[in-house]
Write a protein that binds this ligand. Structure first.
Ligand code: NAX
Length: 527
């Protein structure tokens, strides 16, 4: 299912399959020239945006541009872009990193437009050249879809020099040094001000969105890609605020306090009563339906939110359409028993924090289950889970996060568990083995203690609502989880940037205060 402000990204191989017939049908290099024109356009904007002391803005005419040109078609894009910039009156310089393999027709076009061509012999020569040229803008046309591994030899040297010079960089297609499929950032990767891509987003644009600068998608006439067996290609999605607003549960005239989905929350301990309060309060603020609390922090939870129905043991909690377990509840032996009981319930279950540690230590409590299980680890908890359930994935986080999440989900699936894993981070990954989402929070204000407890409560409330007939009913679990994550991020931004002192740190309690406003905001965007 897709919605109107979904961004979709694809594997390089699927993009190439979709691109091939379009490139073949067009005149020689026409698609590449179209791509190059979009790159040049963004480069001109970057130059214009530069402050020039005394006259209030950068001028394109007479400014200089340099492009680092690699061995493939990405370099071809860069050379045609330079030709375009030369026609705008810029002094352009092609810096060939693999002179014998530079795209011949594009190189010729660049030369004919007046471009100077340089062939630095080694990293020192490259550094001296860039220092001498001091271009107003640099194009990173080293490598794009064909990238593998860290930028090689001289290419690996360029990023540091450009950063030191403070040169704004426009990356062609994908910043060199970022893996197109995994988004892994290699040492020596270029740090662009903007990235211009063509036709379809690559997975790296979502998985490493914070490394791409401003992202621009230029149309080159490519349709949705198919996999090699003809089925729709696998996509990685990022949903926006409008989608979250469309799907957020809203009570209608027939609803009562149960019908919108009751969520039960097992959280907190004598040591961590705050986690119980945060998770339960977040659930209260997310939907209009009942929230049940189970655990030893009844007094604190009720003092904070008297509308919560509290009990002390899970078996007496009463009916619920979803369970949340874990925040601050400890990892003692009795928690494993409680968790086993919760996991035996035929309703969606969200496990966070301590529950994930307990699960990693007592894997036998995880039996076959059809009802959704949502695991919400941060990196450390993910590693503990991976070591238990998918040893081959353990330690992968530093590299391919999306691949590691998919691997854990697959291992759980092979045990008959219908799991969705949400891996926390500035870019949160959510995957159930069929639908995968990468959600950039936009800021890192929510990286604060208790923020995860709030998120767990919100996800629980949303999954309870999904059991009913509302807008979420037909929505796949990872998308519903992403909806909660979007509103959590919006609440963090509101709390940190719009309420109180803009740009000030927040605590998790401030997030609670902003959930209602965040829901109103995303619903307003949805219209
Ligand atoms: N097919 C087309 O006509 C179009 C292609 N496009 C461009 O073409 C690019 C893909 O072109 P290619 O398939 O030639 O691939 P690339 O140009 O991305 O890279 C291939 C070359 O880079 C070298 N390389 C790989 N990894 C490297 C590393 N880590 N460090 C240094 N060099 C490395 C390889 O030896 C290879 O020669 C896209 O990213 C896009 O920029 C666009 O112009 C759209 C149209």
């Amino acid at each position: 299912m897709t919605h109107r402000d979904d961004f979709r990204a694809y594997f390089a191989a699927d993009i190439r399959r979709a691109e091939a017939p379009v490139v073949e049908a067009a005149p020689t290099d026409a698609v590449m020239r179209r791509a190059a024109w979009a790159v040049a356009d963004v480069a001109r904007t970057v130059v214009r945006a530069q402050e020039v002391i005394g006259d209030g803005g950068g001028h394109v005419y007479g400014a200089s541009a340099a492009a680092l040109i690699g061995a493939g078609d990405n370099g071809g894009d860069g050379l045609y872009a330079l030709a375009d910039l030369a026609r705008s009156g810029m002094a352009v310089h092609a810096v060939l990193l693999s002179p014998d393999r530079a795209h011949p027709r594009a190189l010729d076009a660049c030369r004919r437009a007046g471009g100077r061509v340089h062939e630095p012999a080694d990293p020192d020569a490259l550094e001296q050249l860039l220092r001498r040229l001091r271009p107003a803008v640099a194009l990173d046309a080293i490598v794009g879809l064909g990238a593998s591994g860290p930028p090689r030899e001289m290419a690996g040297h360029a990023a540091g020099v450009l950063e030191e010079l403070g040169t704004p960089v426009v990356a062609v297609d994908i910043p060199s040094g970022i893996d197109p499929d995994t988004g892994v950032r290699h040492p020596g990767a270029i740090r662009p001000t903007a990235t211009v891509t063509f036709g379809l987003f690559r997975r790296a644009h979502l998985l490493a969105s914070t490394d791409c600068g401003a992202l621009e998608l230029a149309e080159i006439g490519i349709g949705a890609p198919a996999a090699d067996d003809g089925r729709p290609a696998e996509m990685l999605t990022s949903i926006g605020t409008a989608t979250a607003g469309e799907l957020w549960p809203v009570p209608d005239v027939s609803d009562n306090k149960y019908s919108g989905g009751v969520v039960a929350i097992r959280a907190g301990s004598q040591r961590y009563p705050g986690a119980a309060v945060l998770a339960s309060h977040a659930a209260v603020m997310s939907t209009s339906s009942m929230v049940r609390y189970v655990g030893p922090c009844r007094d604190q939870v009720l003092a904070d939110r008297p509308e919560i129905v509290a009990s002390s043991v899970v078996t007496n909690a009463g009916r619920a359409q979803a369970w949340v377990s874990g925040p601050g509840m400890g990892t003692g032996p009795e928690t494993a028993q409680e968790l086993a009981w919760i996991l035996s319930q035929d309703v969606p279950v969200v496990l966070d924090a301590d529950a994930l540690r307990v699960l990693a230590e007592h894997p036998s409590i995880l039996r076959r289950r059809d009802a959704p299980l949502v695991l919400t680890p941060h990196a450390g908890e993910f590693d503990a889970l991976a070591q238990t359930f998918a040893p081959a994935q353990a330690g992968l986080l530093a590299g391919d996060r999306a691949g590691a999440v998919r691997g854990l989900v697959a291992e759980l699936d092979s045990r008959g568990v219908n799991a969705t894993v949400l891996l926390k981070g500035r870019i949160t990954l959510i995957d159930d083995g069929r639908s995968a989402f990468a959600q950039d929070a936009g800021t890192s204000w929510s990286a604060t203690p208790g923020s995860g407890d709030v998120l767990a409560g919100m996800i629980g409330a949303i999954l309870a609502a999904r059991e009913g007939p509302g807008a979420l009913a037909d929505v796949e679990v990872p998308r519903a989880v992403a909806v909660a994550q979007v509103v959590h991020s919006v609440a963090a931004r509101l709390a940190a940037e719009e309420f109180g002192r803009p740009g000030s740190p927040i605590g998790a309690s401030d997030l609670l205060g902003a959930i209602g406003e965040a829901v109103a905001k995303v619903r307003a965007v949805a219209g």
